[in-house]
Design a protein around this ligand. Structure first.
Ligand SMILES: Nc1ncnc2c1ncn2[C@@H]1O[C@H](COP(=O)(O)OP(=O)(O)O)[C@@H](O)[C@H]1O
Ligand SMILES: [Mg+2]
Length: 246
């Protein structure tokens, strides 16, 4: 259950976006990609998802080359991309229906993942009636219900209010404790990287390459407790200094 990027070079026309990026995710761990806006973080996730192929280098999942999108690698974006005309339960059930999972199994799986994401009471709501945070919960439930081995999360909370973010981060941590997925999480927010990451890869500005590989503890406290931990400020400063000096 690991994604391996080997000597990735990528760009668009004359624009060099990624420059010799190599790393391998640890199975069942949250790897955070942190870097300035425009450094190629989303591009790297698009390569992992199989939406694009690298100009040079290789992307492998479980030792096999990634040749296109697949349900084993589920993607979550900054905007929730829900179907407005379906209820939350309908949205969560959509992929299962496409995959031919019906009846009680479909119902059980939808219920399980709605409960896991805190949406049990919102099954019959339409997305338009939900807050941004609830919509992202629905997007996460819709992703998890397909039981992907790897979650590709592209700044899923950066559009939400600052007060809501620790709650959503706690949701990611609780999902991780329950399911132990391999997660590749993109953010430009240093606090979010520290709160979620078992490992943080810091990227340079474009053309993006890894400038620092930081290992962190596996067990994570509640995000708010982490933020007020004595060592947290120092870790944040260290990373901010790396980003400042790029
Ligand atoms: N499909 C595309 N065509 C042309 N340029 C693109 C395309 N996708 C991304 N870019 C450019 O590549 C650079 C990196 O983009 P992106 O990976 O989205 O950065 P990040 O997610 O780190 O902010 C940006 O300059 C962006 O404008
Ligand atoms: Mg991006």
């Amino acid at each position: 259950m690991s994604l391996a990027f080997k000597n990735i070079f990528h760009g668009y026309g004359g624009l060099e976006v990624l420059k010799d990026v190599s790393f391998k995710t640890e199975p069942g761990r949250i790897t955070v990609l942190l870097g300035p806006s425009g450094c190629g973080k989303s591009t790297l996730l698009k390569l992992a998802a199989g939406f694009e192929k690298p100009v040079m280098g290789s992307v492998c999942f479980n030792e096999s080359p990634v040749t296109g999108p697949g349900v084993e690698r589920g993607m979550m974006f900054q905007t929730p991309v829900l179907f407005d005309w379906l209820t939350v339960a309908g949205n969560v059930a959509f992929g299962l229906r496409q995959a031919g999972v019906r009846g009680k199994e479909q119902q059980d799986r939808v219920n399980r993942f709605m409960a896991l994401t805190g949406l049990a009471d919102f099954k019959d709501y339409y997305p338009g009636a939900l807050s941004g945070g609830m919509q992202q919960r629905a997007a996460l439930a819709r992703l998890l219900v397909m039981e992907p081995q790897c979650l590709l999360m592209d700044e899923p909370f950066s559009g939400l209010d600052a007060q809501l973010r620790p709650k959503m981060q706690e949701l990611v941590l609780s999902v991780w404790r329950d399911l132990r997925p391999t997660v590749l999480f993109v953010t430009h927010d240093v606090e979010e990287a520290l709160v979620l990451g078992h490992r943080i890869l810091v990227f340079s500005k474009r053309p993006g390459h890894i400038v620092k590989d930081i290992e962190r503890a596996l067990e994570k406290k509640d995000p708010l407790d982490q933020l007020t931990d004595p060592g947290f400020g120092k870790e944040k400063k260290n990373i901010l200094e790396i980003l400042r000096d790029l």
